[in-house]
Write a protein that binds this ligand. Structure first.
Ligand SMILES: [Mn+2]
Length: 353
């Protein structure tokens, strides 16, 4: 039987969006969170993990999904120092599993993670949203230290020089090298995930194409197929992010949702709509008619193909005067959650006739 466990991302005690608010969203099941005050690559303290669990459970919610345990750049680059970071990663899987976590989201994007050109682009209705315009990205050269252009979302823990150095290291890396480094990582961590019965769920690259000449590989159907075969076990699965895959018109998100759900490899879904424009994309409200993607089609594909995992509304716009972390306010994500509930009820009742 197909099942949707509705979830919501929460950035911990400092998040303006309180657990007390999130629990009031109908049908809310799980909180998606992480330990944020430990440098990438280090082991998460058990007391911090269990304190998160306690806060979440005190609010009647489940602590079952981590987003993310970030992967240290040395692992992606295949440096000798990766051994230590992989051991730490294995230990983090064991630790969160002991706290009841069942699904871990992560990504394998070199340096930049998600990329947008503006975080508060004003839409016609007065709301603000995140946008990506290719011509603006093309004006930025991360190898020029004297030029101050940066993009929002860049990791501010890097100095300009450090960023330049790390980008230069990646320029020596081919896509095949990145595939090899990912395989090496998976062969070490998936056995631990199996032992702990935790589902690993890689997030697609966002956007799903190369930026600044850096390799990006989790981008399309052929590459997702290749990824799943690197370690062919259900514990090696994906976070299906409709917005990340859907920002390329060549990815048919409904067909991909059906295919990978049928294979039992989608453990976590990010539901987000995007509006493709000539020069890139704009994040729209969740409703299908507000953007380019068929959100109903995706939910139906998941339902019809036995999906049984976690779904969260992905980024929301800023509406009703709310301020805070771009993409992660309460109001528009809550509207998204209500919409997902409606879609699921419709496909469930439609499917049961
Ligand atoms: Mn996502």
């Amino acid at each position: 039987m197909s099942k949707m466990r509705l979830s919501f991302r929460w950035y911990g005690e400092d998040d303006k969006v309180k657990l007390e608010y999130i629990r009031q969203i109908p049908n809310m099941h799980s909180i998606v969170t992480a330990v944020y005050n430990v440098p990438v690559g280090e082991v998460w303290p058990e007391e911090t993990i269990f304190s998160l669990k306690e806060q979440v459970e005190k609010n009647g919610l489940h602590f079952e999904v981590i987003e993310s345990i970030p992967v240290h750049e040395d692992i992606k680059l295949g440096k000798p120092t990766r051994e230590k970071y992989i051991e730490n990663y294995q230990e983090n899987i064991r630790r969160v599993a002991r706290a009841g976590v069942k699904c871990i989201c992560y990504n394998f994007m070199p340096v930049f993670d998600w990329t947008r050109t503006q975080l508060d682009h004003r839409l016609e209705d007065g709301s603000t949203t995140l946008v990506y315009y290719q011509d603006q990205v093309d004006q930025v050269n991360p190898l020029e230290t004297e030029n101050d252009l940066t993009l929002p979302g860049w990791d501010s823990s890097y100095s300009r020089q450090e960023l330049k150095d790390i980008v230069a290291e990646y320029h020596k890396l081919t896509e095949e090298d990145l595939w090899n480094n990912l395989q090496y990582f998976l062969e070490k961590i998936i056995p631990v995930a199996i032992e702990c019965d935790v589902k690993m769920a890689i997030h697609e690259d966002d956007p799903c194409w190369s930026i600044f000449g850096l390799p990006r590989i989790i981008t399309c159907e052929a590459n997702l197929d290749r990824f799943l075969k690197l370690v062919d076990d259900p514990h090696n699965g994906i976070t299906f992010c409709t917005g990340s895959l859907g920002c390329s018109a060549s990815n048919d998100v409904v067909a991909l949702a059906a295919k990978y759900a049928a294979q039992g490899r989608i453990h976590f879904v990010h539901m987000r709509n995007v509006k493709l424009v000539e020069n890139g994309f704009e994040e729209s409200a969740h409703l299908s008619s507000c953007g380019t993607l068929d959100m109903y089609g995706v939910m139906k594909a998941l339902y019809d193909n036995g999906f049984d995992g976690y779904i969260r509304p992905d980024h929301g716009r800023m509406i009703w005067g709310e301020t805070g972390r771009p993409g992660y306010g309460l109001y528009d994500r809550a509207l998204g959650a209500a919409y997902l509930n409606g879609l699921w009820e419709a496909v469930e009742k439609g499917g049961a006739k």
